[in-house]
Design a binder for this molecule. Structure first.
Ligand code: GDP
Length: 435
């Protein structure tokens, strides 16, 4: 999915607009236990185009000239990673020097830009937005985050500038694997270890394309491609260590992958950022595997692995399907376990269950534990069918979909998993009306 980034000075209202753009979706996502709350990116859709939207705000920098620095960093981040940039300014403040400086950077980047003038209370009065024509990005769009006005026009303009979708050119039998995780967790080391030789994967020559560089390889007759290893090069800039940078990198790699390896530093344990990234792989419907790296330096006794496993299960409640592999990219200890698990997760991700088998499991599950009732009426599930793979997606046809509870859906999912496994992949369940 292409990325739309929102850039602008502090207090111009970026997060309000971000929340308006993602709308109800956020609330739905947050309803599920274990899904983290402070999100800075989300999937959005407008006019039939799907995209990810990222709020670049909130990069904190100490020292003088803070605001300029942080806006400059946001802009750099967006220029590197986004496909379309929404540049937000404030009608109440008018055009500021900081706005001008960011505009210069954005102009040089030649990225598609849409100027959003926030805090315009009367969209029919154009005087508020006139001066922003001077920024040089064409017609500014007047919006009001507080009143939710003008958002549609803004999205029209942004989506219109999204790049055309390019076709992936990998054959169906190639498993696309993304490695994600915070800096220094060992992504490059694991890539090297998997490829079986110590070498630099991507050149660090200035001007090398920033586009994804994929590394294909074959092992035991199975073809794989490691996605977007370009993102792992060391660039030594401050913002590379900020969460937002890694997240945008990760989003792009995840979108293109079948299987996502979520790397966790065995030495340091799980941090919040690990959850953000894993949560995105889950929502994107990708197969996932937790790879606990640097296992060589962890002081172990017979309980260590069990405790770490339990910790992962508690912190990633929504991803109990993901297998956990403990290994060391450095010593290659247990490395041989990884690819068979990747292959298996990929198979499960593409698994299609015959309708009659699915319905056998469903009727058994319903017989043991009947669906919820409401005011004397019972949810009646008539039949189920798998409508998609990658991830497996199951539709339940029922008398009243509104009566489906999250907990009952969970129960059915567990029964389905008990029967068909689906280890490594999320499965999606929808309930539709049909009696
Ligand atoms: P990246 O930023 O995620 O690509 O991480 P790197 O692959 O560059 O690794 C960061 C540091 O961790 C390097 O100094 C590696 O040598 C070290 N490292 C990576 N994997 C392991 C491991 O399994 N065990 C140990 N002890 N060190 C590792």
């Amino acid at each position: 999915k292409p990325i739309i980034a929102i850039v602008g000075r502090p207090n111009v209202g970026k997060s309000t607009i971000f929340n308006r753009i993602i709308g109800d979706r956020l609330a739905i996502v947050e309803d599920k236990p274990g899904v983290t709350r402070d999100r800075i990116y989300s999937a959005g859709e407008w006019n039939g185009r799907a995209f990810s939207v990222v709020d670049t705000g909130g990069i904190e920098i100490d020292g003088e000239d803070q605001i300029m620095k942080s806006v400059r960093m946001q802009a750099e981040l967006a220029i590197e990673e986004a496909d379309v940039i929404i540049f937000m300014v404030d009608a109440k403040d008018g055009l500021t020097i900081a706005d001008d400086e960011v505009a210069q950077m954005l102009l040089r980047s030649r990225k598609p830009i849409v100027v959003a003038v926030n805090k315009v209370d009367n969209l029919n009065r154009h005087d508020d937005i006139y001066e922003f024509y001077n920024l040089g990005f064409g017609t500014p769009i007047g919006i009001s985050g507080a009143h939710g006005m003008g958002i549609g026009d803004l999205l029209d303009a942004a989506v219109e500038k999204l790049p055309e979708l390019t076709e992936e050119h990998y054959e169906d039998d190639v498993i696309r694997v993304a490695l994600i995780g915070r800096p220094n967790v060992g992504k490059s080391s694991l890539v090297n270890a998997l490829l079986g030789e110590e070498r630099v994967i991507v050149s660090d020559v200035a001007g090398t394309t920033r586009d994804a560089i994929d590394t294909p390889f074959e092992r035991d007759g199975q073809k794989y491609v490691l996605i977007d290893t370009a993102g792992m090069r060391k660039r030594g800039k401050v913002y590379e260590t900020t969460e937002k940078y890694s997240v945008m990198r990760a989003l792009k790699a995840i979108e293109r992958a079948d299987v996502v390896l979520v790397l966790i530093n065995g030495e340091e344990g799980i941090i919040e950022q690990d959850k953000h990234i894993a949560g995105y792989a889950h929502e994107a419907g990708k197969a996932s595997i937790f790879v606990v790296n640097k296992w060589d330096v962890v002081e172990k006794d017979e309980k260590t692995m069990k405790n770490f496993t339990q910790d992962i299960r508690e912190q990633f409640l929504f991803m109990t399907y993901a297998p956990i592999v403990f290994l060391s990219a450095l010593t290659k200890q247990r490395l041989h376990k990884l690819l068979p698990i990747v292959t298996r997760a990929s198979e499960q991700h593409a698994l299609r269950i015959q309708t009659h088998l699915l319905n056998d499991v469903l009727s058994d599950a319903i017989a043991i534990n009947p669906p919820p009732t409401d005011k004397g009426r019972r949810l009646r599930i008539n039949y189920a069918t798998q409508v998609a793979v990658k991830p497996p997606t199951i539709v339940l046809f029922a008398n009243d979909p509104d009566m489906m509870h999250f907990s009952y859906e969970r129960y059915l999912e567990n029964k389905i998993r008990a029967a068909f496994d689906f280890e490594g992949t999320p499965i999606r369940i929808f309930t539709r009306r049909k009696s």
